[in-house]
Design a protein. Sequence first.
Length: 89
Amino acid sequence: MRAHAVVIGLIGLTLAACSKTDNGDIVIKRPGEVDIKTTQDTLRLPTVKTRTDTVSTPVLRTQTETLIVKKPVIGSKKTPVTVPAVKKP
């Protein structure tokens, strides 16, 4: 039970000692020595951008089989889609 309380306390201290810089990095104040001093660490967050990818999607068209009947034919075509691309720092 005591270990559970210590973990909750550490999580609370960690959340209270965080800040963000102007360029979006996160700065964490953590204990640096045995006494009550803190040391700042900077975490670089990955950037998320989008890129265009191409997938094949079904296309429905008709094809003349005889003079009277047109039957449906399913084919495919290239369709561009946007997907997220994560770039590590």
